[in-house]
Design a protein around this ligand. Sequence first.
Ligand code: TXA
Ligand code: MG
Length: 324
Amino acid sequence: MLTERWRINQEYPEAGLIAAAAEKLSGGAVVAFPTETVYGLGALALNPEAVEKIFIAKDRPPANPLIVHIADLSQAYPLIKSWNPMAEKLALAFWPGPLTIILPATELVPAVVRGGGEGVGVRMPAHPVAKALIQASGPLAAPSANRSGRPSPRTADEVFEDLEGRIPLLLDAGATPGGLESTVLNLNAEIPTILRPGGVSRAQIEDCLGREVNMAPELGPAAALSHYQTTAQILVATTDELGEALNRLSGKKIAMIANNITGINPLTSELTIYTLATAGEFYTRLRQAEKEHIDVLVLVRDAGLPWDEAMEHRIASAIRSFRK
Ligand code: TXA
Ligand code: MG
Protein backbone atom coordinates (compact mmCIF):
# COMPACT_ATOMS: atom_id res chain seq x y z
CA MET A 1 0.00 0.00 0.00
CA LEU A 2 1.28 3.46 -0.86
CA THR A 3 1.24 5.83 2.09
CA GLU A 4 0.37 9.36 1.08
CA ARG A 5 1.77 12.14 3.20
CA TRP A 6 0.06 15.52 3.11
CA ARG A 7 1.68 18.59 4.65
CA ILE A 8 -0.97 20.45 6.61
CA ASN A 9 -0.80 23.73 8.51
CA GLN A 10 -0.68 22.99 12.22
CA GLU A 11 -2.48 26.13 13.34
CA TYR A 12 -4.87 26.78 10.47
CA PRO A 13 -5.35 23.42 8.73
CA GLU A 14 -6.37 23.82 5.09
CA ALA A 15 -10.11 23.11 4.78
CA GLY A 16 -9.67 21.22 1.50
CA LEU A 17 -7.18 18.81 3.05
CA ILE A 18 -9.38 18.24 6.10
CA ALA A 19 -12.40 17.53 3.88
CA ALA A 20 -10.41 15.10 1.72
CA ALA A 21 -9.02 13.28 4.76
CA ALA A 22 -12.49 13.08 6.34
CA GLU A 23 -13.79 11.58 3.11
CA LYS A 24 -11.17 8.83 3.28
CA LEU A 25 -12.21 8.14 6.88
CA SER A 26 -15.87 8.00 5.84
CA GLY A 27 -14.91 5.43 3.23
CA GLY A 28 -13.56 3.21 6.03
CA ALA A 29 -9.85 4.06 5.73
CA VAL A 30 -7.43 4.75 8.59
CA VAL A 31 -5.64 8.12 8.70
CA ALA A 32 -2.70 9.16 10.90
CA PHE A 33 -3.06 12.66 12.34
CA PRO A 34 -1.37 14.87 14.95
CA THR A 35 -2.77 15.55 18.42
CA GLU A 36 -1.25 17.83 21.04
CA THR A 37 0.34 14.77 22.71
CA VAL A 38 1.48 12.35 19.99
CA TYR A 39 0.35 11.30 16.52
CA GLY A 40 -2.71 9.05 16.47
CA LEU A 41 -3.96 6.51 13.94
CA GLY A 42 -7.66 7.21 13.48
CA ALA A 43 -10.68 5.40 12.10
CA LEU A 44 -14.41 6.11 12.44
CA ALA A 45 -15.15 4.96 15.98
CA LEU A 46 -18.62 3.68 15.09
CA ASN A 47 -17.45 1.60 12.10
CA PRO A 48 -16.02 -1.71 13.43
CA GLU A 49 -14.55 -2.76 10.06
CA ALA A 50 -12.63 0.50 9.85
CA VAL A 51 -11.45 0.16 13.46
CA GLU A 52 -10.18 -3.39 12.73
CA LYS A 53 -7.76 -1.86 10.23
CA ILE A 54 -6.06 0.06 13.07
CA PHE A 55 -5.28 -3.20 14.85
CA ILE A 56 -3.90 -4.72 11.64
CA ALA A 57 -1.74 -1.70 10.73
CA LYS A 58 -0.23 -1.54 14.23
CA ASP A 59 -0.14 -5.29 14.99
CA ARG A 60 -2.05 -4.34 18.11
CA PRO A 61 -3.34 -7.06 20.45
CA PRO A 62 -7.16 -7.09 20.10
CA ALA A 63 -7.99 -6.90 23.81
CA ASN A 64 -6.35 -3.47 24.15
CA PRO A 65 -9.15 -0.85 23.90
CA LEU A 66 -8.92 2.39 21.90
CA ILE A 67 -9.54 5.98 22.99
CA VAL A 68 -12.41 7.68 21.18
CA HIS A 69 -11.49 11.25 20.20
CA ILE A 70 -14.23 13.84 20.03
CA ALA A 71 -14.34 17.46 18.84
CA ASP A 72 -17.11 18.66 21.19
CA LEU A 73 -19.29 17.33 23.99
CA SER A 74 -22.25 16.69 21.70
CA GLN A 75 -20.14 13.99 20.02
CA ALA A 76 -19.46 12.36 23.40
CA TYR A 77 -22.95 12.10 24.89
CA PRO A 78 -24.31 9.41 22.52
CA LEU A 79 -21.32 7.17 23.35
CA ILE A 80 -21.72 7.32 27.11
CA LYS A 81 -24.40 5.67 29.24
CA SER A 82 -24.07 7.89 32.29
CA TRP A 83 -22.32 11.21 31.98
CA ASN A 84 -21.73 12.08 35.64
CA PRO A 85 -20.79 15.18 37.66
CA MET A 86 -17.16 14.11 37.97
CA ALA A 87 -16.87 13.76 34.20
CA GLU A 88 -18.50 17.16 33.81
CA LYS A 89 -15.98 18.83 36.14
CA LEU A 90 -13.01 17.16 34.49
CA ALA A 91 -14.21 17.99 30.99
CA LEU A 92 -14.69 21.63 31.93
CA ALA A 93 -11.25 21.83 33.51
CA PHE A 94 -9.10 19.83 31.10
CA TRP A 95 -10.79 19.54 27.70
CA PRO A 96 -9.64 20.07 25.10
CA GLY A 97 -6.44 18.48 26.44
CA PRO A 98 -4.48 15.40 27.43
CA LEU A 99 -7.02 13.63 29.66
CA THR A 100 -8.91 10.46 28.71
CA ILE A 101 -11.97 9.62 30.80
CA ILE A 102 -13.37 6.08 30.92
CA LEU A 103 -17.13 5.82 31.40
CA PRO A 104 -19.76 3.12 30.76
CA ALA A 105 -20.36 2.85 27.00
CA THR A 106 -23.67 2.71 25.14
CA GLU A 107 -24.37 -0.03 22.59
CA LEU A 108 -23.33 2.41 19.87
CA VAL A 109 -19.66 1.84 20.73
CA PRO A 110 -18.41 -1.30 18.94
CA ALA A 111 -16.86 -4.05 21.09
CA VAL A 112 -13.60 -3.78 19.13
CA VAL A 113 -13.20 -0.19 20.39
CA ARG A 114 -13.89 -1.20 24.02
CA GLY A 115 -11.47 -4.13 23.89
CA GLY A 116 -14.42 -6.26 24.88
CA GLY A 117 -15.00 -4.34 28.13
CA GLU A 118 -17.95 -2.19 29.23
CA GLY A 119 -16.18 1.15 29.35
CA VAL A 120 -15.17 3.58 26.65
CA GLY A 121 -12.27 6.03 26.97
CA VAL A 122 -13.11 9.48 25.62
CA ARG A 123 -10.83 12.43 25.00
CA MET A 124 -11.14 15.82 23.33
CA PRO A 125 -7.76 16.67 21.80
CA ALA A 126 -6.52 20.27 21.61
CA HIS A 127 -4.55 20.16 18.34
CA PRO A 128 -6.19 22.28 15.59
CA VAL A 129 -5.70 19.54 12.98
CA ALA A 130 -7.24 16.87 15.23
CA LYS A 131 -10.12 19.18 16.11
CA ALA A 132 -10.90 20.07 12.51
CA LEU A 133 -10.62 16.48 11.32
CA ILE A 134 -12.89 15.06 14.05
CA GLN A 135 -15.39 17.89 13.52
CA ALA A 136 -15.57 16.86 9.88
CA SER A 137 -15.48 13.07 10.29
CA GLY A 138 -17.22 12.37 13.61
CA PRO A 139 -15.66 10.57 16.61
CA LEU A 140 -12.38 8.82 15.82
CA ALA A 141 -11.00 5.78 17.61
CA ALA A 142 -7.25 6.35 17.70
CA PRO A 143 -4.28 4.80 19.47
CA SER A 144 -0.80 6.30 19.17
CA ALA A 145 0.44 5.92 15.57
CA ASN A 146 3.35 3.57 16.28
CA ARG A 147 3.79 -0.15 15.65
CA SER A 148 2.50 -1.89 18.76
CA GLY A 149 5.16 -1.92 21.49
CA ARG A 150 7.21 0.95 20.03
CA PRO A 151 7.60 4.46 21.46
CA SER A 152 4.77 6.83 20.51
CA PRO A 153 5.56 9.15 17.58
CA ARG A 154 5.92 12.92 17.92
CA THR A 155 6.77 13.57 14.29
CA ALA A 156 5.41 12.47 10.94
CA ASP A 157 8.83 10.95 10.18
CA GLU A 158 8.46 8.69 13.20
CA VAL A 159 4.98 7.64 12.08
CA PHE A 160 6.46 6.86 8.68
CA GLU A 161 9.25 4.77 10.23
CA ASP A 162 6.66 2.52 11.82
CA LEU A 163 3.69 2.56 9.46
CA GLU A 164 4.85 3.37 5.91
CA GLY A 165 3.16 0.95 3.52
CA ARG A 166 0.63 -0.08 6.19
CA ILE A 167 -1.68 2.97 6.11
CA PRO A 168 -3.04 5.01 3.18
CA LEU A 169 -2.65 8.55 4.59
CA LEU A 170 -0.63 10.57 7.06
CA LEU A 171 -1.40 14.22 7.84
CA ASP A 172 1.96 15.83 8.51
CA ALA A 173 1.75 18.95 10.69
CA GLY A 174 5.31 18.76 12.02
CA ALA A 175 6.25 17.85 15.57
CA THR A 176 3.48 17.63 18.16
CA PRO A 177 3.74 20.10 21.05
CA GLY A 178 3.46 17.49 23.86
CA GLY A 179 5.12 14.15 23.50
CA LEU A 180 3.77 12.09 26.38
CA GLU A 181 0.31 10.64 25.93
CA SER A 182 -2.87 11.61 27.78
CA THR A 183 -3.65 10.60 31.34
CA VAL A 184 -6.14 7.71 31.32
CA LEU A 185 -8.60 7.99 34.21
CA ASN A 186 -11.17 5.30 34.92
CA LEU A 187 -14.38 6.83 36.27
CA ASN A 188 -16.16 3.51 35.75
CA ALA A 189 -14.85 2.32 39.13
CA GLU A 190 -15.76 2.84 42.79
CA ILE A 191 -12.76 5.10 43.26
CA PRO A 192 -11.56 7.08 40.22
CA THR A 193 -8.35 5.37 39.13
CA ILE A 194 -5.50 6.54 36.93
CA LEU A 195 -4.62 3.67 34.59
CA ARG A 196 -1.91 5.65 32.81
CA PRO A 197 -0.27 8.82 34.16
CA GLY A 198 0.16 11.46 31.47
CA GLY A 199 -0.29 15.09 30.48
CA VAL A 200 -2.67 15.93 33.35
CA SER A 201 -1.19 15.11 36.76
CA ARG A 202 -2.80 13.22 39.62
CA ALA A 203 -2.61 16.40 41.73
CA GLN A 204 -4.46 18.41 39.07
CA ILE A 205 -7.22 15.77 38.93
CA GLU A 206 -7.52 15.61 42.73
CA ASP A 207 -7.70 19.40 42.93
CA CYS A 208 -10.44 19.48 40.33
CA LEU A 209 -12.53 16.70 41.90
CA GLY A 210 -11.85 17.67 45.52
CA ARG A 211 -11.07 14.06 46.39
CA GLU A 212 -8.30 11.50 46.22
CA VAL A 213 -7.93 9.26 43.21
CA ASN A 214 -6.07 5.96 42.90
CA MET A 215 -2.97 5.44 40.79
CA ALA A 216 -2.95 1.88 39.48
CA PRO A 217 -1.39 1.43 36.01
CA GLU A 218 -1.16 -2.29 36.81
CA LEU A 219 -4.96 -2.50 36.53
CA GLY A 220 -5.07 -1.19 32.95
CA PRO A 221 -5.76 -3.57 30.06
CA ALA A 222 -2.36 -2.77 28.55
CA ALA A 223 -0.36 -3.41 31.74
CA ALA A 224 0.93 -6.82 30.68
CA LEU A 225 1.91 -5.68 27.18
CA SER A 226 5.30 -4.46 26.05
CA HIS A 227 5.67 -0.68 25.59
CA TYR A 228 8.30 1.80 24.39
CA GLN A 229 10.72 -0.87 23.16
CA THR A 230 14.09 0.07 21.75
CA THR A 231 17.29 -1.84 21.12
CA ALA A 232 19.06 0.11 23.88
CA GLN A 233 19.04 -1.14 27.44
CA ILE A 234 17.85 1.54 29.84
CA LEU A 235 19.45 2.20 33.18
CA VAL A 236 18.65 4.73 35.88
CA ALA A 237 21.50 6.04 38.07
CA THR A 238 22.24 8.99 40.31
CA THR A 239 25.30 11.15 39.70
CA ASP A 240 27.00 9.37 42.61
CA GLU A 241 26.32 5.92 41.19
CA LEU A 242 27.42 6.88 37.71
CA GLY A 243 31.15 6.15 37.93
CA GLU A 244 30.58 2.59 39.05
CA ALA A 245 27.82 2.05 36.52
CA LEU A 246 30.01 3.25 33.65
CA ASN A 247 32.87 1.02 34.80
CA ARG A 248 30.61 -2.00 34.74
CA LEU A 249 29.52 -1.10 31.22
CA SER A 250 32.97 -0.63 29.75
CA GLY A 251 33.13 -1.74 26.13
CA LYS A 252 29.50 -0.82 25.49
CA LYS A 253 28.30 2.18 23.54
CA ILE A 254 26.68 4.40 26.11
CA ALA A 255 24.53 7.50 25.95
CA MET A 256 23.62 9.44 29.01
CA ILE A 257 20.49 11.52 29.42
CA ALA A 258 21.28 14.51 31.61
CA ASN A 259 20.58 18.23 31.51
CA ASN A 260 23.00 19.34 34.19
CA ILE A 261 26.36 17.60 33.96
CA THR A 262 28.36 19.72 36.38
CA GLY A 263 28.36 17.04 39.10
CA ILE A 264 29.27 14.31 36.65
CA ASN A 265 33.00 13.69 36.86
CA PRO A 266 35.12 12.32 35.36
CA LEU A 267 33.48 11.83 31.97
CA THR A 268 34.85 9.13 29.74
CA SER A 269 35.55 10.39 26.26
CA GLU A 270 33.27 8.01 24.38
CA LEU A 271 30.11 9.11 26.14
CA THR A 272 27.25 10.61 24.14
CA ILE A 273 25.07 13.03 26.07
CA TYR A 274 21.41 13.70 25.32
CA THR A 275 19.43 16.42 27.02
CA LEU A 276 15.72 16.36 27.75
CA ALA A 277 14.01 19.74 27.67
CA THR A 278 10.62 18.17 28.45
CA ALA A 279 9.41 14.69 29.38
CA GLY A 280 7.86 14.69 25.91
CA GLU A 281 11.31 14.31 24.37
CA PHE A 282 11.85 10.93 26.01
CA TYR A 283 10.45 8.94 23.08
CA THR A 284 12.49 10.98 20.62
CA ARG A 285 15.61 10.01 22.57
CA LEU A 286 14.61 6.34 22.61
CA ARG A 287 14.34 6.36 18.83
CA GLN A 288 17.56 8.36 18.49
CA ALA A 289 19.47 5.89 20.69
CA GLU A 290 18.35 3.10 18.41
CA LYS A 291 19.45 4.94 15.27
CA GLU A 292 22.82 5.71 16.83
CA HIS A 293 23.29 2.05 17.87
CA ILE A 294 23.54 2.89 21.55
CA ASP A 295 23.80 -0.23 23.74
CA VAL A 296 22.91 1.39 27.04
CA LEU A 297 20.97 4.57 27.73
CA VAL A 298 21.67 5.90 31.23
CA LEU A 299 19.16 8.32 32.72
CA VAL A 300 20.79 10.43 35.41
CA ARG A 301 18.08 10.92 37.98
CA ASP A 302 19.50 14.02 39.68
CA ALA A 303 20.79 15.84 36.60
CA GLY A 304 17.96 18.30 36.11
CA LEU A 305 15.66 16.05 34.08
CA PRO A 306 11.90 16.70 33.94
CA TRP A 307 11.14 13.72 36.16
CA ASP A 308 7.44 13.47 36.92
CA GLU A 309 5.07 10.55 37.57
CA ALA A 310 4.33 10.10 33.86
CA MET A 311 8.02 10.04 32.96
CA GLU A 312 8.71 7.56 35.80
CA HIS A 313 5.98 5.28 34.45
CA ARG A 314 7.32 5.40 30.86
CA ILE A 315 10.87 4.67 32.04
CA ALA A 316 9.70 1.69 34.10
CA SER A 317 7.66 0.38 31.13
CA ALA A 318 10.60 0.77 28.75
CA ILE A 319 12.90 -1.08 31.16
CA ARG A 320 10.38 -3.93 31.50
CA SER A 321 9.96 -4.18 27.74
CA PHE A 322 13.68 -4.52 27.11
CA ARG A 323 13.84 -7.54 29.39
CA LYS A 324 11.08 -9.29 27.43
O1 TXA B 1 -2.42 11.02 24.08
C1 TXA B 1 -2.98 9.96 23.81
O2 TXA B 1 -3.70 9.35 24.64
C2 TXA B 1 -2.78 9.35 22.42
C3 TXA B 1 -3.35 10.32 21.39
C4 TXA B 1 -3.31 9.76 19.99
O3 TXA B 1 -4.66 10.65 21.75
N1 TXA B 1 -3.40 8.07 22.32
C5 TXA B 1 -2.90 6.95 22.91
O4 TXA B 1 -3.63 5.80 22.66
O5 TXA B 1 -1.89 6.96 23.58
P1 TXA B 1 -3.04 4.34 22.98
O6 TXA B 1 -4.04 3.39 22.46
O7 TXA B 1 -1.67 4.22 22.47
O8 TXA B 1 -3.07 4.26 24.54
C6 TXA B 1 -4.32 4.33 25.21
C7 TXA B 1 -4.28 3.62 26.52
C8 TXA B 1 -4.03 2.14 26.37
O9 TXA B 1 -3.11 1.76 27.35
C9 TXA B 1 -5.40 1.52 26.61
O10 TXA B 1 -5.26 0.27 27.21
C10 TXA B 1 -6.07 2.53 27.52
O11 TXA B 1 -5.55 3.78 27.14
N2 TXA B 1 -7.53 2.54 27.30
C11 TXA B 1 -8.20 3.02 26.23
N3 TXA B 1 -9.53 2.78 26.34
C12 TXA B 1 -9.71 2.14 27.51
C13 TXA B 1 -10.84 1.59 28.17
N4 TXA B 1 -12.06 1.66 27.65
N5 TXA B 1 -10.65 0.98 29.36
C14 TXA B 1 -9.40 0.90 29.90
N6 TXA B 1 -8.28 1.38 29.31
C15 TXA B 1 -8.43 1.99 28.13
MG1 MG C 1 0.20 3.69 22.43
